[in-house]
Design a protein around this ligand. Structure first.
Ligand SMILES: Nc1ncnc2c1ncn2[C@@H]1O[C@H](COP(=O)(O)OP(=O)(O)OP(=O)(O)O)[C@@H](O)[C@H]1O
Length: 473
């Protein structure tokens, strides 16, 4: 049966059962389209272990995969049985897993040293690694592997996702998020999700989320940097209360950066999160730029390292990436095959005294616009005297809310509707998300999907341009 909102209509073809025997240090790579699924088991009764991007598989347990390009690696050799037909599957002999493990061991040594220092000293701060590189070079995968290994070592890493273009970590696309990973990750789901209204087999992680609302860091770079600063303050104060996380340090995944346009954003992240290691994947040029920007010296605490990209990393075309984003939003509201959620349809009246809807402002187009209009400013007033807050978000009057917001995600912020000013809205963390099903301009109301029952809280709502509009059913 198809799940509401999920188009996974093809069941697993159990007539096709493949067996793949892997030698030590080999990797089984597979791709599954969104319209089908496969089940993989680490064959029970045989020797050997296997892991998926750092998280170990249990023997004999079925793991179901859909809409993914992934790999199962074994250090010891193992046997896998695969039910269903992956669209691509092969066994790879060359992988960079040994290098990734060496990196983990080096980070672990720093964590041991941090654990030996008194908690209040600077030395108690574990390594803080930033992963950067061009698109599809395996940044997120390395973040998962390092997180998986440190959890298996009994550590508690703080994972930070600054990639607003991708599918999001524990939340929806278009956001930046941070969460402390103290328990095992989900083999099928990677970083997993955080269902708001249902039980979960894996302990639920509660992320701190900021809604950015653009695909790239440039579109609203001023607000992007401000949100990073806010997140850094929140993360640092959390680490002061959680010595285990502080000793383990940070693992930060980023959007696809190139050194031409994103140099200042990278420097901003490095400064705000007090990064100790910058790992560059897939770009010799970016590596050399980073070496020049952060030269090795006894006074500089930042190590710049180059990591090899796995041959398994696949370029994902735009429609595939969109299908992953759509699936992440659907999952937020409807759950997945393991855990079905039932969202509620709620109506929001535009004329209610608690209605406070805001929209993100594209600083690229607004600054271009301002350049055009600058000569019309009163004498003595220039660009710098314009209000800083006007630029990043703007409040929508009921008459401005129209059908262009249909099929978009709306963030419910933690700031009360009545106190909401541009500054608070522009920098507020997120409580949860709604999905706009229909805007009725005549009746001045809109119908939204909400993950929890009851009225929408009297909080400021923020709508962006990303993730782009989609159909959930
Ligand atoms: N060893 C591997 N075998 C098979 N697939 C892999 C392997 N490593 C990574 N992939 C897949 O390649 C794709 C790209 O990897 P990943 O998402 O880690 O790259 P990224 O650099 O973070 O991408 P983005 O530019 O979107 O941030 C993903 O679908 C991932 O699952």
């Amino acid at each position: 049966m198809a799940l509401p909102g999920l188009d996974v209509t093809d069941s697993i073809d159990s007539s096709t059962i493949l067996t793949r025997d892997l030698k030590p240090n080999q990797e089984f790579r597979f791709e599954v389209p969104a319209t089908s699924s496969i089940t993989i088991r680490l064959t029970a009764g045989t020797a050997g272990t296997a892991e998926l991007f750092g998280t170990e598989l249990s023997k004999g347990l079925p793991y179901t995969f859909t809409c993914c390009k992934s790999a199962i690696y074994t250090w010891t050799g193992c046997s896998l049985s695969i039910e269903g037909a992956p669209s691509v599957e092969y066994i790879a002999e060359e992988t960079p897993m040994a290098t990734y493990l060496n990196l983990h061991i080096a980070l672990e040594k720093l964590r041991v040293a941090a654990s030996d220092c008194p908690p209040t000293t600077e030395g108690a701060q574990g390594p803080r690694i930033l992963l950067i590189g061009p698109p599809d070079v395996g940044k997120t995968t390395v973040a998962k592997i390092l997180t998986g290994y440190s959890i298996r070592q009994g550590r508690k890493p703080m994972v930070i996702n600054l990639d607003t273009a991708g599918e999001g970590v524990l939340t929806v696309p278009g956001t930046i998020s941070a969460a402390s990973f103290g328990s095992v990750m989900d083999v099928e789901d990677g970083f997993g999700s955080s269902p708001m209204s249902a039980p979960s087999a894996i302990p639920v992680k509660l992320p701190l989320v900021y809604y950015y609302g653009f695909e790239t860091a440039e579109s609203g770079s001023r607000r992007y940097k401000r949100l990073i600063s806010r997140m850094a303050v929140a993360v640092n104060s959390r680490l002061e209360e959680d010595i285990e996380s502080k000793n383990t340090g940070l693992i930060i995944d980023t959007p696809s950066f190139d050194n031409q346009t994103n140099g200042d954003v990278i420097s901003h992240i490095v400064a705000e999160f007090s990064i100790t290691t910058i790992a560059i994947l897939g770009s010799e040029r970016l590596y050399n730029t980073m070496l020049k920007s952060f030269p090795p010296s006894s006074s500089s605490p930042i190590n710049v390292i180059k990591l090899p990209t796995s041959g398994g990393c696949v370029d994902r075309d735009a429609p595939y990436k969109k299908s992953i984003r759509d699936a992440a939003v659907k999952k937020y509201f409807f759950g997945d095959a393991k855990c079905t959620l039932s969202p509620y349809t709620v109506s929001i009246e535009f004329d209610s005294p608690t209605f406070s809807l805001w929209e993100v402002v594209d600083s690229l187009s607004s600054s271009a616009e301002r350049q055009k209009n600058i000569s019309f400013l009163p004498i003595g007033e220039d660009e710098s005297s314009l209000s800083a807050d006007e630029e990043v978000v703007k409040r929508l009057a009921p008459g401005d809310v129209d059908s262009r917001f249909e099929n978009m995600v709306v963030a419910v912020l933690q700031v009360d509707a009545k106190d909401a000013g541009a500054k608070e809205v522009g920098e507020s963390a997120v409580m949860g998300f709604l999905f706009v099903q229909e805007v009725d301009e005549k009746e001045r109301r809109m119908k939204v999907l909400s993950p929890v029952p009851g009225r929408v809280p009297a909080k400021a709502l923020l709508v962006g341009r990303w993730p782009e509009g989609m159909f959930l059913t």
